[in-house]
Unconditional design. Sequence first.
Length: 392
Amino acid sequence: MEQSRRNQLFLNVGHALDHLFLLIFPTVVLAMAPEFGRPYSEMLPLALGGFIMFGAGSIPAGWLADHWSRRGMMVVFFVGIGAASVLTGLTRSPWQVAAGITLIGTFGAIYHPVGIAMLVSGRDKVGRVLGVNGVFGNLGVAFAALIAGALAHWFSWRVAFIAPGIVSIMIGVAFAVFVPKIRMTAMAGKGGAKQVFSRALLVRVFFILLVTTLCGGIIFNSTTVAMPKIFDEKLTALVDTTLGIGFLVSGVYVFAAMAQLVVGHLLDRGTIKGVLVPVVGLQVPLLLAAAFSDNYLMLLTALAMMFFIFGQIPINDAMVAAYTDERWRARALAVRYVVSFGASAFAVPLIALMYRYSSDFRYLFFVLAAISAAMFVAALFMPSQASKPAPA
């Protein structure tokens, strides 16, 4: 039991680090732009390679985990993403920054198909464990803005990359020492799919998962990447420094992270559809409201909007866990995250285009609201009972 809790703690911390590293750049880019002599709309696309690899690397990571070692891949994750972040902090030109962030995304791709598969292995009810893990991931999102903003404000944007990188390497060494090897044959024998679903039902769920993953990935990444700049422009009456922006963004994300505990609790006691439909449905009016909000109203809208955007994340993972076998769950999760993070990569040029076209984020929120509406329609077709098997 103690070993299981220790493993879960490392995996949860890994989730926090994974999201933290990928969102350092969107915060410190506000401080980097003057040094490199480029505007925000030109600097932000330097992160595109990282977001592409964050998705594209999931399939090889999942395959290696299932065929080699999930534990070994997690060691590679901790040490690799930390080293990549340190290298990014030592860069001297825009193309080197782009290369460093791409490397961060490559190692970051390991976590979700591997870490989530390890986390849900051998469990019948996954709602709570996914909810807690989701909170850690969203705390990583939250503290990325706070930690990066503080380090950039007090020291430099380079330290914002280097210091967390060193910490991740140290955690990777500790993981290798304190987490024992797990035999894949033992893992495959428990926690496997206990139901036999009809092909028609599986195809239906697959397409629903595809739509919610695509749409959810774009919405999540667009809002989290753009939020520091949104607050920089829309909360002028509240804050005017990088540190202050980072503090407010972090506060919003910490509050929103609690949504995953609520969602995890509901998933263990109800149906996936019963949780998914209201969570995605409420995103539409909130995204529209954000387009017209400023200052205090924008802060309140952001709190509610991000609560439901963050709350959706464990639902998609619960769908995969409910309909896949343990023996190839890492690969199934890899496919899900390729779709999710591949769609997320689209967020970077979308933000840059909308900002360049309108000099604000109103049109961005209009587009995201339309995407959320499509996701809501797909959610309505989700089977009411995920655990009901097909006739033999």
